[in-house]
Ligand binder design. Structure first.
Ligand SMILES: [Zn+2]
Length: 358
């Protein structure tokens, strides 16, 4: 039994939007080679588990039947979900494999077959109940959470979304759900897709106060992220007391990512993994489901993904930067700005819902 399951098979490389698109399937093979080299010494702690395909019924626990039908038909003849998300034959099946990996990973953690499961290629957080886009077809994160709420009767799931883009699909799906605390840390939506994820988006109805959006100014790096983890994420997690933590997001907050403008370094990705590990140890017996799929600079992706996993495994190792850090990295002005404009504002908005902000 591996302490950490890596949900992966070569088949997952077929989740690929074709030549010229920023999301290509070769990311998986590039990563897994790097991962094998880096973690050879620790291999007893990891197990690579071949995922299954989700069923249509499982997809329908979150998604609208008309939407699923649309995906199937459009993929079969070739077309577009949105301008950035083309559908080619086989993509309905490929998207079901990502969901199956998440479901199986979640089950393995709940049945104590592993303490953590990492879905390689997961984190399709831009897909909502009846829409997709942003390279996302079916929301594996939400479907796995829903399964744990319904089948395992969990009452408190923390989803921490650290992808550079706001997790609008996951947010919409659980906007009125108090059993899911959704925290998304992302680049300021005024400057990046999907244009959602502002501080005033806090959930509604029963779910009011259970959506937390942390928009960061472009350039934000290590010190801004640790500020947000210490001031927002950890206090909320302690008060919420999750029974399991989900984290999603790949390497697109890296300073050299080609689609975004954040400033995380390899050390930063390791730090994020470490924070998540520590929260899991303290709050939920180590239980975690992790989703790593994004990242649009293929040169930094393998080391950045591996850095997150090292952090999750409690291994303090800073991997080399394949690209030299720019001079603007860790500008102290960004920490000051985030402290007053983001963290300060969030605390004042959320203090009515959370004691830790009073
Ligand atoms: Zn992203």
């Amino acid at each position: 039994m591996g302490e950490i399951d890596i949900m992966f098979s070569d088949e997952m490389g077929k989740y690929d939007f074709g030549p010229g698109h920023p999301f290509r399937g070769d990311r998986f093979t590039n990563f897994i080679e790097r991962f094998r080299e880096e973690l050879l010494r620790e291999r007893s702690r990891f197990e690579i588990v071949e995922p299954r395909y989700a069923t249509d019924e499982e997809i329908l626990t979150v998604h609208d039947p008309d939407y699923v039908e649309y995906v199937k038909k459009t993929a079969a003849r070739g077309g577009f979900l949105t301008l950035d998300t083309p559908l080619s034959p086989g993509m309905h099946e490929q998207a079901k494999l990502v969901v199956g990996a998440a479901l199986e990973g979640a089950q393995r953690v709940m049945n104590s077959k592993a303490s953590k499961a990492i879905v390689i290629g997961g984190g399709m957080h831009h897909a909502g109940v009846d829409y997709g886009g942003g390279f996302c077809i079916y929301n594996d994160v939400a479907i796995a959470a829903k399964m744990l709420l319904e089948k395992y009767k969990l009452e408190r799931i923390l989803i921490l979304d650290t992808d550079a883009h706001a997790g609008n699909g996951t947010e919409d799906i659980f906007y009125e759900e108090p059993r899911v605390l959704f925290i998304s840390i992302h680049q300021d939506p005024r400057t990046l897709y999907p244009g959602k994820g502002f501080v005033w988006e806090i959930g509604s109805g029963e779910g009011e106060g259970y959506t937390v959006c942390v928009p960061l100014p472009p350039g934000s790096g290590y010190n801004v992220y640790t500020l947000v983890m210490d001031e927002i994420v950890v206090p909320l997690a302690r008060e919420f007391k999750p029974q399991i933590i989900f984290r999603n997001g790949g390497s697109d907050p890296h300073f050299a990512d080609t689609l975004t403008n954040l400033g995380l370094s390899m050390k930063g990705f390791n730090m994020l993994g470490r924070y998540v590990r520590e929260m899991c140890e303290e709050l939920c017996g180590g239980k975690e489901l992790d989703f790593i799929g994004s990242g649009y600079n293929p040169i930094v992706l393998p080391n950045a993904w591996t850095s997150i996993i090292l952090g999750l495994a409690g291994i303090d190792r800073v991997l080399p930067e394949p690209i030299n850090p720019p001079s603007w990295l860790d500008d102290p002005g960004l920490v000051e700005y985030t402290k007053s404009k983001v963290v300060g504002e969030l605390k004042s908005i959320l203090k009515d819902y959370w004691d830790c902000f009073r």
